[in-house]
Design a protein around this ligand. Structure first.
Ligand SMILES: [Zn+2]
Length: 367
């Protein structure tokens, strides 16, 4: 008690600027009393003091690939059948890098956020799904449009897709516009998998990302790009997305322990297959976009008209004042995160139909 009484005369004698600096060090911005209830950033060591993340390095991108290699080709979009032996596990089944467990506000299944100060920000996300038996494609039209127009986006990669498209995966990882998320190893309905299998689906993909990143780090082109440039590429994917939007409480708990927020979606233009034309996809997004929305699209060739839809919707959203951010950028600038203890497509219970389809995941629509 005596100590507490004696603090105040000490504080009174400290010059005001030093006292303010001390308070800022003690309570980082956002946690100061009276500040908005912003969730802490999800432990990203690359978070800069201005709140901007680094997700890649322009110097590495330029030093390691030619313009032509980055452009890709329309043929990259095609599906192929997987060769025999493609079901083997990855070389690294346990990632070396682990992240801090998630704070409560980032646990459960995240569908959208309320941005701080009502900022008009939204996250475009593109899934790169790949199931056993198939090698899905890479939609160069989508990536090239995003690059040409400086649009930030997030790519959720299944581990098998990464292993089957190592150069494309590395180009996306190295690009500072793009964030990479984990979309499970083999795109199964995780609600129907055992806890051990669920862990494998998550950890194998984290491990595959690390292997690819190490492969890139060892290349001479990276040394030419600059000594510290590799530090700009996150050591592991920072978020996870459940295939089919199906999860279990155990899977959500495991992700929370691993420090991976489960990022689902709030806006589904249903770009899979041929059902929706590009004007329809654009119309749905323009009609339903809200500040804090998470839009789910596909860049594995299964979004038949997605690339054509982008020029129809991006300029309109920009005109309406929207800024495009990655999912981690969205979380960092959130006042409140909208999360649920269950996973679903648009409303609770709407994806239970996937549970009746077993062993044929490649035949049902992918998300
Ligand atoms: Zn998917």
């Amino acid at each position: 008690m005596k100590t507490q009484r004696n603090i105040f005369p000490v504080i009174k004698n400290i010059p005001a600027p030093i006292l303010i600096l001390f308070l800022f060090l003690l309570f980082p911005a956002g946690s100061l009393p009276g500040a908005e209830n912003t969730p802490p950033p999800p432990g990203n060591p690359l978070l800069s003091p201005t709140g901007n993340f680094t997700f890649g390095s322009e110097s590495i991108l330029k030093a390691c690939w030619t313009e032509e290699e980055l452009q890709g080709s329309p043929e990259d979009k095609q599906d192929r059948s997987a060769p025999s032996g493609s079901s083997s596990p990855p070389e690294r089944t346990g990632p070396k890098n682990r992240r801090a467990p998630l704070p409560p506000e980032l646990q459960n299944s995240i569908r959208s956020v309320q941005p701080s100060g009502g900022e008009k920000i939204l996250a475009l996300t593109f899934d790169l799904c790949e199931s056993p038996g198939e090698i899905t494609g890479y939609d160069a039209g989508i990536v090239n449009y995003l690059r040409e127009n400086g649009i930030r986006a997030t790519f959720f990669m299944s581990g098998r897709w990464m292993r089957d498209h190592p150069e494309k995966a590395l180009q996306l990882m190295a690009d500072p516009l793009f964030e990479i998320g984990n979309h499970s190893w083999s795109h199964k309905n995780l609600r129907k998998r055992s806890p051990r299998k669920i862990r494998e689906e998550i950890l194998w993909t984290q491990g595959e990302y690390e292997l690819l990143r190490e492969n890139l780090a060892a290349r001479p082109c990276v040394r030419n790009a600059g000594e510290t440039e590799m530090d700009r590429i996150p050591p592991v994917p920072l978020t996870f997305r459940f295939p089919f939007g199906t999860c279990t409480p155990e899977a959500l708990k495991f992700l929370a322990e691993l420090g991976l927020p489960a990022i689902q979606w709030s806006l589904v233009p249903d770009d899979r297959g041929d059902d929706h034309s590009s004007p329809q996809i654009a119309r749905i997004i323009l009609r339903e976009a809200r500040p804090g929305s998470i839009v789910v699209l596909h860049a594995n060739g299964h979004g038949y008209h997605t690339a054509e839809a982008l020029p129809k919707l991006i300029p309109e959203l920009r005109k309406a004042g929207y800024e495009f951010v990655t999912v981690t950028g969205l979380l960092t600038r959130a006042r409140k995160v909208s999360n649920f203890s269950d996973c679903f497509e648009l409303k609770p219970g709407d994806n239970y139909r996937y549970d009746f389809i077993t062993g044929v995941t490649a035949l049902v629509p992918q998300r």
